[in-house]
Design a binder for this molecule. Sequence first.
Ligand code: TMP
Length: 212
Amino acid sequence: MEKGILISFEGGEACGKTSQIKRLVSYLKEKGIEVVTSKEPGGTPLGEAVRNILLHSNLEICPRAEALLFNASRVQNVLDVIKPALEQGKVVILDRFYDSTYAYEGYAGNLEVEELRPIIDFAICGAVPDLTFLLDIDFDEALRRKNADENLKNLDRFESKGKAYHEKVRSGFLQLAKDNAERFCVIDAKKPREEVFEEIKKEIEKRFDIKD
Ligand code: TMP
């Protein structure tokens, strides 16, 4: 069975991962590489329904239900989208994956990281990224970007949480990067977008057999 490459992008709010993913997809496609993208929560019809509940509903959701909902979206994405593409030897690029659950629900939320591990392992069915980009950004810069962008002004359930929460998300991500140094590549997302993309490209070329 051929094995593809799994790359995830992580980071706090407004870190720019969605636009960097778009650039990376174009870059890889220009080289004739088959790329599949997905996001979490989301990626499948079930995932999109769960995303809507998690981000935009007014339902009261307790922290454990929140963790399970993210992982319900995740397992459907793993089985329907991620694994089939990897089995076909494709490059799969994810806009968030399980590190977000550790950072948001674990380090910043009310749940123990060790309690989350078995739920995440159950959901990912062995799918671990070959490379994870952490686009690191501080809360004040994220807020500045949000205020400057009309499209980012309607805040969802997570964006509405305060500075203390988002600072914990950020240090949670940095801790995850430290604990998984081989897998993570941390990039200062405050830099201009072009520079951020150059660093992404360099890392991809260093790790995989993809040349300019
Ligand atoms: P997005 O805005 O990057 O699409 O992410 C959706 C929000 O969901 C974002 O605030 C992070 C949050 N989230 C979690 O809390 N846990 C998770 O496991 C995932 C994937 C996202």
